[in-house]
Design a protein around this ligand. Sequence first.
Ligand code: BES
Ligand code: MN
Ligand code: ZN
Length: 510
Amino acid sequence: MTALTLSTSSAAALRADAVVVGVAKGAKGPVVAAGAEAVDKAFGGKLAAVLETLGATGAEGEVTKLPAASGLKAPVVLAVGLGEVPAKGDGYDAETLRRAAGAAARALSGSKKGAFALPIEDPAGVSAVAEGALLGAYTYDKGNGNGENAKGKDKKNNGPLAEVAVVGGKPRDKAYKAAAERATALVAEVNRARDLINTPSNLLNPAAFAAEAVAAAKEHGLKTEVLDEKALKKGGYGGILGVGQGSDAPPRLVRIAYTHPKAEKTLALVGKGITYDSGGISLKPAGHNETMKCDMSGAAAVFAAVVTAAKLGLRVNLTGWLALAENMPSGSATRPGDVLSMYGGKTVEVLNTDAEGRLVLADAITRAGEEKPDAIVDVATLTGAMVLALGNRTFGIMTNDEAFRTTLHEIAGEVGEQSWPMPLPDHLRKGIDSPVADLANMGERMGGGLVAGIFLKEFVADGITWGHLDIAGPAFNESGPFGYTPKGGTGAAVRTLVRLAERTADGDLG
Ligand code: BES
Ligand code: MN
Ligand code: ZN
C-alpha cells in the first residue's frame, strides 16, 4: 500500500514528484488555499492568477497540473479544487479535504511521491488528508489471478502513488502521529475490503474467503471459527445451506472475533457474503449479473472492520459473522416454493431464490443473537429497491430502535459516508406471510428494501438493539472514479463500522 509520512519541511523544500495545493472557488475567481504559501511565493504570489489563466476555477474535484516555478524542489504543482471558500472563521470540512486529497492521489498514480500541502489546521485535518490520499491512491492489481496486474501479462498497471507526504503534519506531536497511524490502519483495511470485492468470483469462493479471514486473524491475534458445509448441516443452518446448495463451491459461516480484556461492550457485525449472486433458479437476466461478484461486500466490510479494531486495540469486543455462499442454479439448487428450516427453527418459503441475502443473514443474525451482544449490525448488498430509492452513493439504515438509527446516521456522516434512515412500516409484515411456512422470503414489490429489513427483524432476538445497512448502492462503483472512490469495490460501510466500534469503546453512543 501507499506509504504515509508526516513532513515538517516546507512545501517548497520537499523532494517529491509533485506538490499538491488546494484551490477554492472565490467570488472573483480561484483562490489558493492555506498550506500553499511557500508554493505561491515561488510563483511570485501569482499562483491564483496562473491557475485562472489555465482555466482552473476551484470547483470540487478539479485537477490542474502545472510545471513548478524555480525555488520548488518538486517539478510539478498539482492544484486540486476544494469547492466554495468556507465562510469566514470556518475551515474546510473533513470530507472536502478527503475528496480533494483523493482526487489528487488518483491524478498522481504511477508517481513515487506526492507532497500534500492542503489546508490542515489540526490532527483531524491530517486524518482527512491522509485518509483521502491513501484511499484515492488505491488500485486493484490482482485481476487475472497471476497476482501481478489486472491488465494481462504483458501490460503494466500504472500502480498507486507510492508515497504520500502530508505537509504540516507534526510527526513528534502525539495527536498528529495517532491520526496518521489510525488513517494507515483504517485505509489498509478499507483497501483489503476493496480487493476482496474486486476479486472475480472464480478466484474467491466461500472457502477461499474463509481462508483469507483465518490468515488475517492469525496475523492480528483474532479468534476464528469456520463452519463448513458439514458443520452447517449439523448445526441446522438451513438458510446458508439452502442458498449455497446449487453451487459446486460449498458455503461457510465464519466467526471472527476481536476481544479486549477491558471491554465493557460487545458488538456483533453480520455481513452478507454472497461470492456470486446469479439469482439461482430465479436467474437474473443479462444486464443484472455482471457485477454480482460484489455481493459479498457486506462480509468484506465486517471482516475489514474487525481487523481494524484489532490493529487499533479498541476497548470493545467485536464479533464478525461472515455468511458466505455462492448463489447458483443447478440440479441441486433450491427451487422457488421450497421451504427451508432456518437456524433456530423458523421455516421460510423461498418464493424467489434471488432474495438469497436475507436467508443467509437470517441464520447468521440468529446465531449472533445467541451470544447476547449489546447490539447487532448487519451489512448487506441486499436489495435493488434500495438502489432505486437512494441511488448509487447512499446506503439505507433500518433498525428496531429509533435512537440507534439516528446514531448510525450521525456516525456515517462523521466519517464521510452518505446514508439515510429508512422506516420499517408494520403494514408490510403481512406481505411476507406464507401458507406453508412461518415466513416467505419475498413480499410486496413496493418498498422492497424495507420488506427485506422487516424479514431480517424477525430473526433478531428480543431485547437486542439491531441495525441493518443496505449498501447495495454504494458498495460497487460502476461509473468512473470520483474523489477518493475508485471504480469497482468501494469498501462502503467499513469506516462507519469502525467509528461505531470506536464510539462504543469510548462509551459514547449518544
Ligand atoms: N444482490 C441483490 C441485490 C443487489 C442489486 C445488489 C443491485 C447490488 C446491486 C439481491 O440478492 C437481490 O437480488 N435482491 C432482489 C430481491 C427481490 C428478488 C425480492 C432484488 O432486489 O431485486
Ligand atoms: Mn439476489
Ligand atoms: Zn444478492
